[in-house]
Design a protein around this ligand. Structure first.
Ligand SMILES: Nc1ncnc2c1ncn2[C@@H]1O[C@H](COP(=O)(O)OP(=O)(O)OP(=O)(O)O)[C@@H](O)[C@H]1O
Ligand SMILES: [Mg+2]
Length: 226
């Protein structure tokens, strides 16, 4: 086994709901994410995939247990320290693409670089490079409404990876795409892992994703089953 970049150790997450009852969304989860690999979290609706990926990416905190990133327990980082960590080292791709409609694809990716504090002088070259990497060099100056769903999702991926994060989290990135377009996105993820050495963690129901995954964890009722 290669280097472990991220791990969940005995992670549980309870949600209290309105009527006073408690949902045990995650129960004592232990997983390891290997650097430079594509890891898939699969499972039925409600099995805990989103809850787990949010905790791995420090968007949420576990009720019990910890998340270790590059040897550091990030569970007890302050909000500010978690924000910095996410901005610098992590990236997120969601099911519905959240691009800014008034900006072109190029400007959307450039804006992401600005938020990440990427040096101004290098931004334009970097955007051109990453748009080429995702196969959209011919669509750079289109607005989201002038692109297909798959092109929009690839733009969102370009924006996520432009600042070269160590870890990319994607929650059902192909759920709103047709089969052919989804396959294109799957292939892109695979290339990013194999050719750029990225580490990707994604949730999916999509069987074609399982084929390209280096490691698959299956969740059932908040537990990992083998
Ligand atoms: N904020 C919340 N408050 C209460 N219960 C929650 C909350 N978020 C999730 N849950 C519950 O936790 C369980 C896991 O939800 P989660 O969203 O992680 O599932 P999922 O595997 O991502 O499902 P899907 O495939 O539908 O996206 C579900 O039973 C859900 O109802
Ligand atoms: Mg989900």
């Amino acid at each position: 086994m290669g280097e472990i970049i991220l791990s969940a150790e005995n992670v549980s997450r309870d949600f209290k709901i309105g009527d006073g009852s408690v949902v045990h969304a995650l129960k004592d989860i232990n997983i390891e994410i290997e650097k430079g690999r594509l890891t898939v979290l699969r499972g039925r609706s409600g099995s805990g995939k989103t809850t787990l990926i949010n905790i791995l990416g420090a968007l949420d905190r576990p009720t019990k247990g910890k998340v270790v990133f590059n040897g550091k327990d990030i569970t007890r980082f302050s909000d500010k320290k978690q924000d910095d960590l996410r901005r610098r080292d992590m990236a997120f791709v969601f099911q519905s693409v959240a691009l800014m409609s008034g900006l072109t694809a190029f400007e959307n990716v450039e804006f992401g670089l600005r938020l990440a504090g990427y040096p101004y002088a290098k931004r334009k070259d970097r955007v051109t490079q990453v748009m080429t990497d995702v196969g959209l060099d011919k669509r750079m100056h289109h607005r989201p409404s002038e692109m297909s769903g798959g092109e929009q999702q690839r733009t969102a991926i370009a924006r996520a990876i432009a600042h070269e994060p160590q870890l990319v989290f994607a929650d059902e990135p192909t759920a709103e795409l047709d089969t052919a377009t989804a396959l294109h996105v799957v292939k892109l993820f695979k290339e990013l892992v194999e050719q750029r050495g990225m580490t990707i963690v994604m949730t999916t129901h999509d069987p074609s994703m399982m084929d390209v995954a280096d490691r698959v964890y299956t969740l059932e009722d908040g537990e990992i089953i083998e």
